[in-house]
Design a protein around this ligand. Structure first.
Ligand code: NAD
Length: 732
């Protein structure tokens, strides 16, 4: 089986078609590189061939590199993995460079053959780095296509020459969003930005590329960076014109990542150092920094969680083996913030939605949310007016429970009150068919209890969304004690339809995500109450890679929720309630009316327009700062261990059954320091013996909430790692 085939037409253009057998999208492997190299060499050596077009036999061009080959190169190199990686990467560069040089004499730059890329659709990662090595890039006018370099989002950076070529092609400033943020563009936007050269109607794609190849003059195929007079667009970073942009880019990266993520920093180094030297040396520098990032355990952990395991969960790794349970009709009860968002994403996925609230007006207001959201998409050119109309026509806003007849799945998102939830469950039940599944979007109420109101508890389940629904990628699916397999399969198939990443957990107080995030928020407030400077608390969290410090996160979700949870927990636990210090902080803030961002005042101060200005100056008076401050690492460890140990307890208690779900869910659900790959990956990085010992220390200094769970101490004794253990037991 071959990934690439070549056919030379009567006009003398060799068309190389990439079409990996048995996959819906092309991915690059080492074998693929070798095949491509051999075909290009053959075409260049063949006098009958005037030039080459590289295209794809699929709807898209390519999804990127097969990330497993990175692990392969590292493992194959035995005790010198860095050398294995560097040489492997340099091998790929050599193939791409041979394409770029296309047989020309390196001194005179004469004698090469033109090579064009023709992209029928999506081109990501190496799928764009390969075209960047050709002499001209054509893309079909395919609105579904996404073009870009998303590597930075899985903890690496474009290491197939994309960093060096794009910086030289566009200049540092213009390349920054594509390299540093992984921005993906539709073809027309990609052309405007200079990523690709031409956009043509799909049927013209090959003819246009061939015509260019046949008409190309020798000058057209020499890259600017191979000419003696090459100048960095916008100025090289060490020239007066360019250095300000580099200072800016550097500051932006430092501000956003607080030094916690290795890849963006390495990328900037590759660009800066590469700009000082000729192209071939720059590529070696890029390969060295790429190797540096690949050798950092963070990159393997991020690739595993954010790419391999995330995809496995999306494809149904934990789905019961049952026939297709896709949802054609969905009922949503409660058209408030969450219900309206759920209706919107479902309608966009092509599902017919009945959106129900107490009055027709309230239901219509919920539909109005989708109207406003889609209007924005149309204004930004991301959706056609026809598609908007068709999507909105799928949502029926009503106050009539009879409209729920014939739905496959109901999700209730009414007030967080067991009485109200039981009432709507019973009302809906009267109209539902025997195969329907009923789900609750509750964030705190146990599913097993709510199922009591439904006469088929096997068909009752939790589907917990995160706010804002459109943006948050995770859904937490909760099995109640009596939940059956069909309900789980239906929930998973629905998650797949709306393109969310699902985790399946067992029923327990606060499920998984909220269970771990609440201790993080509480620890932030404890630190404050102890007199630790609020800036130290917030920065310690950010420098550990948390997207928001605990105090900022509290402001975002509003202290109201915290107060409600505290009240409920206190009622449930009675005398054993351990969070008095936390309550005191919440109460002190509530007394001052500082309930968070929505209230315009919280731990931070806000302008009249709602912009966050900085930590509230009155904090120092409300919670006096102690003379002696703890070490940064101590604060960081308290904030990280408090979440991480809770994740271990969730695993120990069987709430979590798969550490992949624990890792992926933590990053997507509450932003757990993504560079770590998630709580279980982080513990593996620390090593369980160190982690258990450190938790003991924290417990001695700060209280029993840090005591290591038996699962962790047991693993520490045997020197086991979570992912190592899971692999051996076959659960990945
Ligand atoms: P919300 O107050 O914005 O919306 C609730 C909606 O339910 C309102 O429109 C209300 O009119 C409607 N409603 C109340 N009683 C009803 C009844 N008897 N019949 C029909 N409709 C009724 O609340 P929300 O923030 O959207 O939360 C809804 C649910 O989702 C809660 O269970 C909440 O815990 C959960 N949740 C919320 C978040 C969040 O961040 N807000 C996140 C995850 C889960």
């Amino acid at each position: 089986m071959t990934d690439f085939t070549m056919q030379t037409d009567a006009d003398g253009v060799a068309v190389i078609t990439w079409d990996v057998p048995g996959r819906s999208m092309n991915v690059m492997s080492l074998q693929g590189f070798a095949e491509l190299d051999a075909l290009v060499a053959g075409a260049l050596a063949d006098d009958a061939v005037k030039g080459i077009v590289i295209t794809s036999g699929k709807e898209s061009f390519a999804g990127g590199m097969d990330l497993n080959i990175i692990a392969g190169m590292r493992d194959a190199a035995g005790d010198d993995p860095a050398r294995g990686l560097f040489e492997g990467v340099m091998g790929m560069h050599a193939v791409l460079r041979r394409i770029e040089r296309a047989g020309m004499d390196p001194k005179t730059l004469k004698g090469g053959k033109p090579i064009a890329a023709a992209l029928p659709g999506t081109a990501l990662g190496i799928g764009l780095e390969l075209p960047l090595a050709t002499h001209r890039i054509f893309a079909a006018d395919n609105p579904k296509a996404r073009i870009g370099l998303p590597e930075i989002n899985v903890g690496i950076f474009p290491g197939g020459g994309g960093t060096t070529r794009l910086a030289r092609k566009l200049g540092v400033l213009a390349a920054a969003p594509f390299l540093l943020e992984g921005r993906l563009s539709a073809p027309d936007a990609a052309q405007k930005a200079g990523l690709i050269d031409a956009v043509v109607p799909p049927q013209d794609l090959l003819p246009a590329a061939k015509a260019w190849v046949l008409a190309a003059r020798p000058d057209d195929i020499v890259k600017p960076w191979d000419r003696k007079d090459f100048r960095f667009p916008g100025g090289a970073p060490y020239h007066p014109a360019g250095y300000m942009t580099f200072v800016g880019a550097s500051a932006m990266v430092a501000g956003r990542t607080m030094g916690a993520f290795p890849a963006p920093r390495a990328l900037l180094s590759a660009v800066y150092e590469g700009a000082l030297v000729p192209f071939d040396t720059a590529i070696r520098i890029e390969a060295r920094w790429f190797t540096h990032v690949l050798m950092n355990p963070s990159s393997s952990a991020m690739i595993r969680s954010l790419f391999i395991d995330k995809e496995a969960l999306e494809k149904g790794a934990n789905r019961p083996a049952l026939p297709d349970q896709k949802v054609a009709r969905l009922g949503v009860i409660g058209a408030g913030m969450m219900g309206a968002g759920i209706a919107n994403v479902a309608a966009q996925a092509g599902i017919a939605v009945v959106l129900l609230d107490t009055t027709a007006e309230a239901a219509q207001r919920g539909k109005g949310h989708a109207e406003a959201d889609l209007a924005k998409a149309v204004a930004r050119g991301r959706m056609s007016a026809d598609a908007r109309d068709a999507t909105l026509a799928r949502i029926t806003a009503t106050d009539d429970f009879a409209a729920l007849g014939g739905v496959d799945l109901v999700i209730e998102a009414v007030f967080e009150d067991p009485g109200v939830k039981a009432e709507v469950t019973r009302k809906a039940m009267a109209h539902l068919g025997p195969d329907s599944v009923f789900a609750s979007n509750t964030s705190t109420l146990p599913i097993t209890g709510l199922a009591g109101a439904f006469d088929r508890p096997a068909d009752f389940i939790g589907i917990h969304f995160f706010s804002p629904v459109e943006k948050m990628a995770l859904v937490e699916i909760i099995r109640g004690k009596q939940t059956g397999e069909r309900a789980v399969a239906r929930a998973l198939d629905f998650a797949r339809q709306i393109r969310k990443t699902p985790i399946v957990v067992n029923d327990a107080r606060f499920f998984y995500a909220n269970r771990c995030i609440i201790p993080y928020l509480n620890e932030g407030m404890r630190l404050l109450a102890e007199g630790v400077a609020p800036a130290l608390v917030e920065n310690a969290a950010r420098m550990m890679g948390m997207p928001l410090g605990p105090l900022q996160l509290l402001d975002e979700i509003s202290l109201e929720l915290g107060l409600r949870i505290a009240r409920a927990t206190r009622a449930a636990m009675g005398a054993a309630y351990p969070d008095g210090a936390v309550d005191a902080v919440l109460q002190a803030m509530a007394d001052k009316g500082r309930m968070g961002r929505k209230a315009g005042a919280g731990f931070y101060a806000y302008s009249d327009k709602g912009e966050r200005l900085g930590l509230w100056e009155g904090l120092a008076q409300a919670f006096p700062v102690a003379g002696a401050q703890p070490a940064l690492l101590d604060v960081q460890h308290r904030l990280m261990f408090i979440q991480t140990l809770e994740a271990v307890r969730a695993l120990e208690e069987g709430v979590l059954t798969d550490i992949r779900e624990g890792d992926v869910g933590a990053i997507l659900g509450w932003g757990y320091a993504p560079w770590s790959g998630g709580p279980f990956s982080w513990l593996d990085m620390l090593g369980t013996p160190y982690a258990a010992a450190r938790a003991e220390e924290l417990a001695e200094s700060y209280g029993p909430r840090f005591a290591p769970p038996a699962l962790l101490t047991g693993m520490a004794e045997h020197g086991q790692s979570f992912h190592g253990r899971a692999e051996r037991s076959g659960a990945a």
